[in-house]
Design a protein around this ligand. Sequence first.
Ligand code: SAM
Ligand code: SF4
Length: 317
Amino acid sequence: MIDPYGRNITYLRLSVTELCDLRCRYCMPEEGVCKKRHEDMLTEDETVGAVRAAARLGITKVRITGGEPLVKPNILSICRRVSQVPGIRETVLTTNALRLKDLALPLREAGVKRVNISLDTLDKDKYAYITRRGRLEDALAGIRAALSAGFDKVKINTVLIGGFNDGEVPALAELTRVWPVDVRFIELMPMPGNEDFGEEAFMPCSGVPEMLPDAVPEKGHDGVARLYRLPGALGSIGLISPLSSHFCAECNRIRLTADGHLKPCLHSAEEICIKGMDEAGVLEAMKKAIALKPRQHGALSAKEKSLSARAMNRIGG
Ligand code: SAM
Ligand code: SF4
């Protein structure tokens, strides 16, 4: 479906849970989430029904996310059913990789074509710090499992945090020469709950190329990422800059939260609840959500916070 600003909306980011086995400092509070009543969350049937409605409106790609999608007991069934919805050409998933050691192959078999894995540091103490509880070795084991499982693509997403991991940019980029992975550096977004991050943490991706003097710019782009490549690398390096150069003009996405709220824009408080609706109702709600997509979101910076009413784990990043 085309939105009021001429953008073709083809991409659904589908959050299947708010829960997570990590507590990344930029994403969710240390105490986790206030557990909702089971009946307030979308059921598997409602989730798949929403994807069917989205496909009728022209959605072709679904990214399954969370929270951590792999803590969801029925994640394989959700992936299988979503990937079988007529019109859905790509089912992809974003994960912290901790459970991929056991789930990579079953996910591939359930129709997941590509995985994005979040990894902000290669230092085990810093990993434990930023995730508040994770073990780097488990994430690395998950990445290796993903590489063996035969996904079309494995990407590593790194949130660039000034004063925390900017010194690791060369080492993280070097992963593209060791493994057939793409590495994406993403600017830290000032979401609700990010008050602990000072101004220096919100550094622009524009500083990355000078940290990688060997990297050569590539023609074109991958979605919203500007691309570079190290000589002899197996994968590309991408820079995603939601703060320093927002990409609203190319936005082709809509989001559905695990508790059944459609979000026309990541950085707006606007939501439409579909919980309990039949499929015809969901279809109308989706049309409305797409029609409500703003031309662009407001400025984002250390001082100008996202207007989203939710932390990232409750949206689906
Ligand atoms: N648990 C999965 C994971 O970590 O990959 C999926 C959900 S997580 C919310 C999705 C992505 O959002 C992750 O790559 C994470 O780094 C990113 N993210 C969370 N909070 C962010 C923030 N404030 N700024 C930029 N990216 C953020
Ligand atoms: Fe969990 Fe992903 Fe958020 Fe980290 S970024 S707390 S792994 S949902």
